[in-house]
Design a binder for this molecule. Structure first.
Ligand SMILES: Nc1ncnc2c1ncn2[C@@H]1O[C@H](COP(=O)(O)OP(=O)(O)OP(=O)(O)O)[C@@H](O)[C@H]1O
Ligand SMILES: [Mg+2]
Length: 313
């Protein structure tokens, strides 16, 4: 059987700037439908990797495949189903938002009617309906970021690569775009998103790759990284009323390490790294507690990220 055509894969990508190795070797595989969160501190090599993936800068070593095509050897074929939202996009300021999308559509060889329909649809989708005919030079930072996402979607891409797309967006926009990205992935697209907003990535990404000083230090599912880095699992319990008797009984359960009561909630630390919500719910009810809610906390992606960087020091 031949190797499946991943939306994106890199093999041993390396980029040197004089004697400094900015990236590498980096090998990544991103499968269809994934939302891949590409994380790393400032200067880790995210943008450099992305630019190599898109064929914008040439690697010193290694190779890239986009749907099985090499973006250096066959750029048109490789990139025809890719959308790219650059970090801090540098758009021509004299264009209006809608003119930029129209121009992008022309570059993709789209007909006038298709361009007009698609740009209107995207302007509305990213919430720029009131600003479509305003010059980009007069856009706010968040508006430019929104336009950048719209531009990346103009050719209806199967692979969407975005370098910190929500940088500078307000909290409501962050939530809106998180949902939009999930919807795009739900339609069968693959998303590759670099970000510093770890809580966002934790909520959004199915998979995570962490890069530090040019090296991939973790690659796997978001769940895996959270389990791997969780020192212990904690279940937050809401009861109708906190009863000392019930608390005592929970403390004595074999799988419970510790119980703390804080602001009307119980925080139950477990002896094992296992999701024991169902067992705990049953035991609370058996001991006479009136349960209103249970939620499991593993490590946060932020804790995992800091710990990964620390281990790599
Ligand atoms: N044209 C260049 N010439 C020399 N060094 C460069 C060049 N471009 C990037 N670098 C260096 O390569 C390293 C990786 O940079 P890169 O822009 O890929 O980081 P990043 O992970 O995207 O960071 P950020 O989160 O700040 O965007 C940095 O040390 C940077 O200074
Ligand atoms: Mg960058």
């Amino acid at each position: 059987m031949s190797e499946p055509e991943y939306p994106l894969s890199t093999q041993g990508l390396v980029k040197h700037y004089s004697s400094f190795t900015a990236v590498g070797p980096v090998s990544l595989k991103v499968e269809k439908g994934w939302i891949f969160g590409f994380l790393g501190p400032n200067g880790a090599g995210k943008t450099t990797t992305i630019r190599m993936v898109l064929g914008l800068i040439r690697p010193n070593k290694g190779s890239v495949k986009i749907f099985g095509e090499d973006p250096f050897k066959n750029p048109v074929k490789a990139l025809s189903s890719v959308g790219y939202a650059a970090e801090l996009p540098n758009f021509q300021t004299f264009f209006t938002g809608e003119a930029l999308l129209d121009f992008t559509g022309k570059l993709h060889g789209m007909s006038l009617s298709k361009r007009t329909r698609r740009s209107k649809e995207l302007i509305d989708m990213v919430g720029l309906g009131d600003h479509a005919s305003k010059k980009i030079g007069k856009y706010s930072k968040g508006m430019v970021q929104r336009l950048s996402v719209a531009q990346a979607l103009m050719n209806d891409p199967k692979l969407l690569i975005m370098d910190e797309p929500t940088l500078g967006m307000d909290p409501a926009a962050n939530i809106y775009f998180r949902d939009l990205f999930k919807k795009l992935a739900g339609e069968g697209r693959t998303l590759f998103i670099s970000s510093h907003q770890l809580d966002e990535v934790q909520r959004l990404a199915t998979h995570v790759g962490m890069i530090n000083r040019g090296h991939i230090v973790f690659q796997g599912t978001t769940d895996n990284i959270l389990s791997a880095f969780a020192k212990e699992y904690l279940i937050e319990v809401e009861l109708e009323m906190i009863d000392d008797n019930v608390v005592e009984k929970i403390k004595n359960l074999g799988y419970v390490k510790n119980v703390e009561v804080e602001t009307g909630k119980l925080y139950v630390t477990l002896n094992e790294k296992k999701d024991l919500r169902a067992d705990l719910a049953e035991d609370i009810i058996k001991s006479g507690g009136r349960l209103q809610g249970l939620s499991l906390h593993k490590a946060s992606l932020e804790e995992a990220f800091i710990e990964t960087l620390r281990r790599g020091e």
